[in-house]
Design a protein around this ligand. Structure first.
Ligand SMILES: NC(=O)c1ccc[n+]([C@@H]2O[C@H](COP(=O)([O-])OP(=O)(O)OC[C@H]3O[C@@H](n4cnc5c(N)ncnc54)[C@H](O)[C@@H]3O)[C@@H](O)[C@H]2O)c1
Ligand SMILES: [Zn+2]
Length: 405
């Protein structure tokens, strides 16, 4: 038996934000990031709509990108003091994910972060509050997913929390919020969404319920991401929906090792001055992982179906896989995303010598590979992998070399 879970309600399209006026409750805690939502006036609107609904509103502001365990614990304390019956998270994946983890800690003050990380082990929520998520980036789809990604900065590792308990009650997918995204954010979050859809389609947990969402999302992203990146706001609105469809697919079909690798490389080189941004990491690793996974016959066939759906041509599955890889690499070029870690600059743009020195990468590689294999996303990858193979694959992602094993 398998389970398919989505939020109870999804409000979408222009003006969807106004739905907040109809929520029923007494106190709403609004969780938000560093300032973009305030700057563009969305935070004021959220507060006004919730007040119109008769609620007392308190803000938890300043949630950082790639949120920390520490931020989660601080937010939960504020919730404990305020006792909200609604948690409303607005912004990119980071503030929404942080708010999800705060929610768990608010409902169960004794729970430790380690206990939260037990996959599908989160106790029953909604005893104190319900959760509404409003995305302002077009990528993570955390507004509809059973996941939250929290970074333990002591270890330099991202931990995905996973349980349908943290699937939000309400998702508001309003295209106006995505319009203010700068180009780089549009590129990274868009390729994150493409990775979600492709990983979900080939995942061992794929199903008749997730396949249509995944494959249609892939096509929508193929047709809209580059123009959205170049400023076409009608395509950007379509991308906002596409990423959400991809999220519905992967929340139920799970992901694969592109995400395992992105989680374990994202913050591990922080001491050299930067993160490898989640979507950019996925964009660089996805073509390599497709080449690795295509050695599995079932996965190869599924990549072939994707390539056909995208009209990429190819006389057999091997050619179709090669065309899919070429297409994704070309997207990276058009979106100004490097093809490998060696060429990933501290500003995330392609450059001759990236911010991760070769000797540091090689020194940390065994640990990264071990952690990536142990990541929660590895279990549903279509081809199994051991730490030794993972080291080889990560080396291909560093040097941009052929995956021939
Ligand atoms: N929960 C999930 O299912 C899931 C899936 C994939 C990734 N993630 C996680 O989500 C995080 C990344 O989230 P993200 O890519 O949405 O970015 P983010 O939330 O980290 O935001 C990045 C930056 O963009 C700014 N920003 C956000 N929206 C904006 C807008 N509309 N206009 C202008 N600026 C805006 C923010 O202020 C921030 O500085 C990572 O930690 C990643 O691991 C979670
Ligand atoms: Zn992702």
């Amino acid at each position: 038996m398998a389970r398919f879970t989505l939020p109870r309600d999804l409000y979408h399209g222009e003006g969807a934000l106004e739905t907040l006026k109809t929520l029923k409750g007494t106190r709403a805690m609004v969780c938000v990031g560093g300032g973009s939502m305030k700057k563009f006036g969305f935070l004021d609107k959220v507060t006004a709509y919730l007040e119109e609904a008769g609620m007392e509103v308190k803000l938890f502001e300043g949630i950082e990108p790639d949120p920390s365990v520490d931020t989660v614990m601080r937010g939960a304390k504020e919730m404990e003091a305020f006792q909200p019956d609604w948690i409303v998270a607005i912004g990119g994946g980071s503030p929404i994910d942080a708010a999800k983890a705060m929610w768990i800690k608010y409902e169960y003050p004794e729970i430790t972060f380690e206990e939260m990380c037990v996959v599908f082990g989160i106790p029953e929520l909604r005893r104190k509050a319900k959760f509404c998520a409003i995305p302002s980036t077009s990528g993570t789809a955390t507004e509809v997913t059973a996941f939250s990604v929290i970074t333990d900065y002591e270890k330099g590792i991202k931990y995905p929390l996973a349980d349908f308990e943290i699937t939000p009650d309400i998702a508001i997918v309003d295209p106006a919020l995505a319009e203010t995204m700068p180009q780089k954010l549009t590129a990274h979050t868009g390729m994150d969404a493409m990775t979600h859809a492709i990983e979900a389609y080939v995942s061992t947990a794929n199903s008749d319920f997730t396949d249509p969402l995944a494959i249609f999302a892939i096509k929508m992203i193929q047709e809209n991401l580059i123009d959205s990146y170049n400023g076409d706001m009608s395509k950007r609105a379509t991308m906002h929906n596409a990423q959400c469809l991809a999220g519905m697919a992967f929340s139920n079909a799970l992901l694969g090792i592109v995400h395992s690798m992105a989680h374990k490389t994202g913050a591990i080189f922080e001491d050299f001055g930067a993160h490898i941004i989640h979507g950019a990491a996925n964009a660089m690793y996805l073509p390599k992982v497709i080449a690795y996974n295509a050695k599995d016959e079932t996965a190869k066939k599924r990549y072939g179906v994707i390539a056909d759906f995208m009209n990429l041509g190819g006389a057999n599955d091997d050619e179709k896989v090669a065309n899919l890889i070429a297409f994704l690499r070309d997207m990276n070029d058009k979106l100004n995303i490097p093809q490998c870690i060696k060429n990933y600059g501290a500003d995330s743009y392609p450059c001759e010598q990236g911010f991760v020195p070769e000797e540091v990468f090689l020194e940390r590689l065994p640990e990264i590979a071990k952690n990536a294999v142990a990541d929660a996303c590895t279990g549903s990858n279509p081809r199994s992998i051991n730490p030794e193979q993972m080291e080889k694959l990560l080396k291909c992602c560093y040097y941009d070399t052929e995956v021939d094993f």
